[in-house]
Design a protein around this ligand. Structure first.
Ligand code: NDP
Length: 371
């Protein structure tokens, strides 16, 4: 049995066991760690049923992220316990931290990770103990070990290592559905992709180019121009007032067939102005804030435009769609059409620093956390 600390006696284990932050430091001192994991002081063995996690108890800035000890349940029917080796950081983690997308609190942040299956519950057929797996879209990823529904896990093939997997599951499956299902990008089309040097942007722009589109990427600062050029963009533009005119120049006056806009409030109007008549605006994020209310008549006056506001969750809800999306993603990476350059790596304990970097636009490509 692991030693029972005073904090544990005061907070008996359960699915959402809480440790008061002031108790955590002394618990960590008493227990020792190996690579950031809880270990028993006498044997050095991992403490069963416990994990380190990064949680929030209130919405706010990066300082809300606190490292705490949480309990991990044994896998029940249809569940698997995964020892996580790398964890993806996504802009949605920031929306959830700030409360733009509210969560029931306290909450462990994080949506995607890769690791190894340690145990499975009854009735699990999709995966087995020892499999390398990854997932996206399951809140609670900022931890070293967790129990999850097995049907949301995808087996990782050779050639997709843990860090790459943690960097691509959410961002890459997003690129997959945006380019192949929200709209089927075809050879000869011109697309505009905002935040082209970012996590989703680098994957999507390379993939769109492989599909035969002319890719016009946008970036927020001159130092990102080259990064976007090296990741699939035929042309890279700064997101300033001249954007619609520049896009028209590059498309022979026609305008783009599709604009993919994850920046939101700051670029929405300009994105509409970049489109050809009957073009499609895919508004899929709010990095600068949510798009304010507007009159649908605006779509008519700007050329009978189409607008959609999709989310990955609805494109991978069925297991068959999840697996197909992941396999398409692994295939473009293994074929060399999409190169994954992990931009920044932080220890899990430094998740707050990763958030500060991502939201202040200082990162390029995917950011990961290492437990
Ligand atoms: P990124 O690495 O792309 O980072 C966000 C980028 O947005 C920044 O680097 C920055 O690029 C740009 N940006 C523009 N304005 C701002 C601003 N005011 N504050 C911060 N960033 C700004 O993040 P991700 O790859 O994690 O996600 C990209 C987008 O995709 C996010 O908006 C996310 O919500 C969305 N998304 C949507 C999904 C869906 O299914 N709907 C699923 C996954 C992601 P620059 O400086 O070059 O302008």
């Amino acid at each position: 049995m692991p030693p029972v600390s005073p904090a544990r006696r005061a907070n008996p284990p359960g699915p959402t066991v809480l440790f008061r932050p002031e108790c955590v430091a002394s618990m960590l001192e008493a227990r020792g760690t190996v690579a950031g994991r809880l270990t028993q002081p006498d044997t050095g063995a991992f403490v069963p049923g416990m994990a380190y996690a990064i949680r929030i108890h209130r919405h706010g800035g990066p300082d809300c992220l606190v490292r705490e000890e949480v309990s991990v349940s044994e896998p029940g029917p249809g569940e698997a316990r995964v020892r996580q080796r790398a964890i993806g950081v996504n802009f949605i983690d920031i929306y959830q931290r700030t409360g733009l997308y509210p969560l029931a609190l306290p909450a462990v942040l994080g949506q995607e990770a890769a690791g190894v299956v340690e145990a499975v519950g009854s009735g699990v057929t999709e995966i087995a103990v020892g499999d390398r797996v990854a997932y996206a879209g399951l809140t609670g990823g900022y931890t070293d070990v967790r129990t999850l529904p097995a049907e949301r896990l995808v087996k990782l093939p050779m050639g997709i290592d843990d860090e790459i997997a943690a960097a691509i599951m959410l961002k890459g499956m997003t690129a997959e559905y945006l380019l192949r299902r929200t709209h089927r990008v075809s050879p000869g089309e011109a697309i505009v992709f905002h935040a082209a040097a970012g996590g989703v942007g680098q994957i999507a722009c390379q993939w769109a180019r492989a599909l035969g589109a002319t890719v016009i990427g946008t970036v927020g600062s001159p130092e990102k121009l080259d990064v976007a050029r090296r990741h699939g963009c035929d042309h890279v533009l700064l997101t300033d007032a001249s954007l619609p005119a520049r896009v028209r120049e590059l498309t022979g006056g026609a305008g783009a067939d599709v604009v993919y806009d994850s920046v939101g409030r700051d670029t929405f109007e300009a994105s509409l102005d970049c489109l050809r008549p009957r073009g499609l605006l895919v508004s899929f994020g709010n990095a600068s804030g949510p798009v304010p209310a507007f009159l649908p008549l605006v779509l008519t006056t700007k050329g009978s435009l189409f607008l959609t506001r999709p989310s990955l969750v609805h494109y991978v809800a069925a297991r068959a769609d999840l697996v197909a999306s992941a396999e398409a993603l692994f295939a473009v990476i293994r074929a060399g059409h999409v190169r994954i350059d992990v931009g920044r790596r932080f220890p899990l304990a430094e998740a707050a620093r990763a958030h500060a970097e991502l939201e202040s636009r200082r990162t390029t490509g995917p950011t990961i956390l290492l437990p």
